[in-house]
Write a protein that binds this ligand. Structure first.
Ligand code: ZN
Ligand code: ZN
Length: 281
């Protein structure tokens, strides 16, 4: 909670443990699971959203927590409080959010073999989510591409970036392009639906490499040569895999419930109590 001064005050509940670690101290908050989940939804999703959206995000956070419960076992705690695991800045004081956590208490998302899913999500898919095998090289049957009509007018639906032609050319040369450039229109490239590679002549550059190299919001962009500039017109924000947060918010605002939202973004999954999850291999 901001106190108006320059530092951040965070409220925790439960117990506090303190361990020495190479000359520093590690503070461990021993928290009730559901209080922790509310805190994560607060930190990752923000306050002021619709109840069904909060429920969706609580189930995603709970699924993630149980799936990676042993991630820090060698550090003598379960999960850290930054995005390496899930952001957590202490408990939530938002009543609607806490109600959503309580009403979905214990619920997680399971695949057809009753294993906890990788509950990936991102800010905005730009109108089409990514298939996990296109992004991570290892595919999950429940993380398939879906056309999303719900997020396309949201805040992060589009972006734009421009480069001088020479700068773009030197990047493309560094990436292996050997041909001549007679006209910058050779750089033009269209993505009406998501592709995996930028093609220029016979060269293919993976879009996720370009996104990483140039720090782009997404891989879902088209390229246009306009005068001395190369314009990138992009859609969405994030890797695009799994649930689209801005789409989910809009679905909740239009009256869909958390089950319908989760079913829309994750294929063939089951929402069930954590008791029904099979132990991980
Ligand atoms: Zn961590
Ligand atoms: Zn979307």
């Amino acid at each position: 909670m901001m106190n108006g001064e320059s530092h951040l005050r965070q409220n925790y509940s439960g117990d506090l443990q303190c361990l020495p670690d190479l000359g520093t101290l590690v503070f461990i908050n021993i928290s009730d699971v559901e209080k922790y989940i509310s805190g994560v939804v607060m930190a990752e999703g923000g306050a002021g959203k619709n109840l069904e959206y909060f429920k969706t995000q609580a189930i995603i956070a709970r699924t993630y927590m149980y799936k990676y419960f042993d991630k820090h076992s060698s550090d003598k705690y379960n999960v850290c409080d930054n995005t390496h695991c899930q952001a957590y800045n202490g408990f939530s004081t938002d009543t609607l959010l806490n109600k959503a956590t309580l009403e979905t208490r214990g619920l997680v998302i399971l695949d057809k073999d009753s294993s906890l899913i990788i509950s990936a999500f991102h800010s905005n898919c730009g109108g089409e989510t990514s298939s996990s095998d296109d992004v991570w090289l290892s595919g999950q049957p429940y993380l398939k591409s879906v056309v999303d009509p719900y997020c396309i007018t949201s805040r992060n639906a589009t972006w734009r970036k421009s480069y001088p032609v020479n700068e773009w050319l030197s990047y493309i040369r560094k990436s292996g392009y050997k041909g001549n450039i007679e006209n910058p229109s050779i750089f033009n490239f269209h993505q009406d639906s998501r592709l995996t590679d930028y093609k220029i002549g016979s060269l293919k550059i993976p879009l996720r490499t370009i996104r990483e190299d140039l720090n782009l919001r997404s891989t879902f962009f088209s390229v246009f040569a306009v005068g001395d500039s190369i314009i990138l017109k992009g859609r969405g924000y994030g890797h695009g895999v799994g649930l689209c947060q801005e789409g989910a918010m809009e679905m909740a605002a239009r009256g869909f419930n958390y089950k319908q939202i989760i079913d829309f973004y994750y294929f063939g999954v089951l929402i069930s109590d954590i008791k029904n999850a099979v132990a991980l291999p």
